[in-house]
Design a protein around this ligand. Sequence first.
Ligand code: ASP
Ligand code: MG
Length: 424
Amino acid sequence: MSLIVHKYGGTSMGSTDRIAQVAKRVAKWFRAGHQMVVVPSAMSGETNRLLALAKELAPATVSEAYHRELDMLAATGEQASSALLAIALQAEGLESVSYAGWQLPIRTNNAYTKARIESIDDARIRADLDAGRVVIVTGFQGQDEQGNITTLGRGGSDTSAVAVAAAMKADECLIYTDVDGVYTTDPRVVSEARRLHTVSFEEMLEMASLGSKVLQIRSVEFAGKYKVKLRVLSSFTPWDLDIDEEARSGTLITYEEDENMEHAIVSGIAFTRDETKISVLGVPDKPGTAYQILGAVADANIEIDMIIQNISKDGLADFSFTVGRGDYARTLDLLQHQVLPKLGAQEVVGDTHICKVSIVGIGMRSHVGVASTMFRTLGAEGINIQMISTSEIKTSVVIDEKYMELAVRTLHKAFGLDQVGTGA
Ligand code: ASP
Ligand code: MG
């Protein structure tokens, strides 16, 4: 008997019909002799619907009081879907009980709308499992020390599921979603994209941070820290699919490099439109200016991604960096009104028409010339590179957003990702 955690995403829980299918699938696993904990997302569209209601009443503010209520509100989505799933399982003839985050509790810090899980008390879950029940735990939510309801950031029920699996030392955590695994790139952009049978934890971490939406990044961090056996698979296969076949489907996240395994140099291409570029022009080139600019941005709790500073001319340098789209206006304002006057820089300009395209692969560690293949490929298509950043296993470029799909398609081809037998 194994302890298995299933997580079902919003589309998998999207209607009562879908929920009934989920219940049948969970019941199949339970009847095969496993202890089952299930973590559902809200029904698809529900979190957006709830947050839009709040916006109708008042424009978003940065106040803590407002964010507290957003969490109070958004958490109801998962409470509803969890109760519905327990009811569906009862209709299947199983004993089932659902718990909200605060009922266990799942303890988080108090960073409303992006809280981090600190601990999970699994006593009630264990008691129910031992009594032969299927336990449903709400995704996405927890409770801070003062008893306030918190949520874990969009896509956060992945993290709930992995954290529950880690806390309970589950044998495996299966993330059921509307795609059948992790792909070399988004199949909606490149039809030749292929599913990876395995992907290393480090690659998955990069892909999640670079814009692949399959798993919330914190869930991957959690999985890596506690070595949770994690698999991404589809909930749209027939629920009565042979259980062994199902258990081998999708994409498995791996932790050790199998030395005998031939790795593709590049495993995937990630891309995102979520970033914007800000340039501070004519900055006096002297010690301390980088801190004056970036320190002010960081102090405002704005996350910076890529940074470049060019060679100075006449003692003046240009400084560019990227921030998330949601922070764009605030960052520009901060620089124009607070930093620029003190700094004596000439101008601040912003560009929202950019995207970031990245190649990811652990094979890049042991192969030279991978980045230059990327630059050559983009150059041959006439795509201008505005910024570059690299790490051991990835290279990212910022380019004009109008070339995003072209760049992803040509890179996918250039690295042979459309060929069967690579990367998997
Ligand atoms: N319902 C939340 C969201 O839409 C959490 C999740 O689905 O993972 O972001
Ligand atoms: Mg998700």
